[in-house]
Design a protein around this ligand. Structure first.
Ligand SMILES: Cc1cc2nc3c(=O)[nH]c(=O)nc-3n(C[C@H](O)[C@H](O)[C@H](O)COP(=O)(O)OP(=O)(O)OC[C@H]3O[C@@H](n4cnc5c(N)ncnc54)[C@H](O)[C@@H]3O)c2cc1C
Length: 389
């Protein structure tokens, strides 16, 4: 048997950050993962450029059953701490819209920096290890790949099930339940919507087109680019909204959020241009013809009645649809739901009912908005836990 102070299950963003913090404090640490490489989600994050944090990493950007839960960990690790951490390895950044920080060097450099630093600090990273069983409550006993490891502390850092194609699984939730912890039901988040068959034509004709839009569901509204796909819609505004959507709920889209339609029509009252062509100047050319009934689309702007304006507003500013679903965990960036945070200390990430057991990262019921908030949470929860170990 190999004995350690700490075993961390999962060599992803949160597990590695936690391992480094604990190893630096002199703990003997083993990090286990079934993958051939560390931090595979980090390596594909941000389209390969890793949106590693956000300058506005505040509680307002997280979905969690207890909105206060994230406060303590976020207060202890600022976006500038993450920037400083990566700068030590020569990773520089570019600031994009909404305070999103991306690397200039690529996501592999971030994964490499985390991994190398852990090893240098003395943590043992064991890859290609199937976790067969976890037992005990101090010492915790982990059977993996023919080996038995023991430790007085166990950290579940197994992420969530999105992108199973790179090794994501539900094991974190199963283990948490094995220790008697409750989980909040999970669903895909930051995921494209699939439209019902009745809207196939709209998708087929518009696929590949993007435009600024406001997408609203369940009382949350996001204004950002929207992209039509062959099966529905995607793009930042849609991905954000998807994390708040529940099955069978309507989604309302404003395709022209920056310009009230009545104003546009009044400004062009003297023109005989057909409404579809007027709208084609401010929207993708084919979209107005697909959204408006033919008679309305072909009405000259000079003749559009008040009732017709209201009708056009309903279709352009308040286009409402009930998606048939989402593209699911295969294409979701995150998992919404997870281990119920009411049972976890927000300062140490330790389970209140199981001393020595900690849960961090995406396995918890904490989901960030799009924009670097999820990796920031993985790092911040890893830091809080690592300092407490
Ligand atoms: C395509 C994509 C792009 C993303 N881009 C961004 C971005 O730019 N910015 C951002 O903030 N967030 C992004 N995210 C989300 C972000 O990557 C995750 O929220 C974050 O990695 C979660 O960290 P974690 O440590 O909790 O889990 P992970 O990083 O997923 O780590 C979990 C680890 O556990 C291991 N594991 C899982 N199951 C088992 C098992 N059964 N046995 C052994 N090991 C197991 C996995 O191999 C993995 O190494 C993206 C996600 C995806 C899928």
């Amino acid at each position: 048997m190999n004995g350690y102070d700490v075993i961390i299950l999962g060599a992803g963003a949160s597990g590695l950050w936690c391992a480094l913090a604990a190893a630096r404090r002199g703990r003997t640490v083993a990090v286990l993962d079934h993958g051939p490489k560390t931090a595979r989600k980090v390596r594909v994050s941000g389209g390969g450029m890793c949106n590693f944090t956000n300058l506005d990493a505040s509680p307002a950007h997280y979905i969690c059953g207890n909105p206060h839960f994230v406060k303590s960990a976020l207060a202890r690790l600022s976006p500038w701490d993450v920037v400083g951490f990566l700068a030590e390895d020569g990773v520089t950044y570019e600031e994009r819209d909404h305070g999103q920080l991306f690397t200039n060097e690529g996501a592999g450099k971030v994964a490499g920096a985390l991994t190398d630093r852990c090893r240098k600090a003395g943590a043992t990273i064991l890859l290609g290890r199937d976790i067969r069983s976890v037992a005990g409550t101090g010492p915790f006993i982990v059977e993996c790949g023919g080996e038995t490891l023991t430790a007085t502390k166990l950290v579940i850092a197994l992420g969530g099930p999105s992108w199973p194609q790179i090794g994501a699984s539900n094991l974190g939730f199963h283990l948490a339940r094995q220790f008697g912890l409750k989980t909040v039901p999970t669903r895909p988040g930051l995921v494209p919507f699939v439209f019902p068959k009745s809207s196939c034509q709209l998708c087929a004709d518009m696929a590949g087109n993007s435009l600024p839009a406001a997408v609203e569901t369940n009382g949350m509204r996001f204004t950002d680019p929207l992209l039509f796909t062959h099966r529905g819609i995607s793009g930042p505004a849609v991905l954000q909204a998807s994390s708040h959507w529940r099955e069978n709920q309507p989604v309302t889209i404003d395709f022209l959020p920056s310009q009230p339609l009545p104003d546009l029509i009044e400004q062009n009252r003297s023109s005989n241009i057909q409404l579809r062509n007027l709208l084609g100047r401010v929207l993708p050319k084919r979209l107005p013809g697909l959204l408006l009934p033919a008679a309305l689309a072909e009405t000259p702007t000079s003749q559009v009645s008040k009732r017709q304006i209201r009708d056009a507003e309903d279709r352009i500013h308040r286009f409402t649809i009930v998606p048939s679903g989402t593209e699911g965990f295969a294409k979701a960036e995150v998992c919404v739901g997870g281990v119920d945070t009411d049972q976890i200390s927000s300062k140490t990430m330790e389970a209140k009912s199981v001393p020595g057991l900690h849960v961090i990262g995406e396995t918890l019921d904490v989901t960030g908005h799009l924009g670097g908030f999820n990796l920031h949470w993985a790092f911040a929860s890893g830091e809080a836990c690592g300092l407490a170990l």
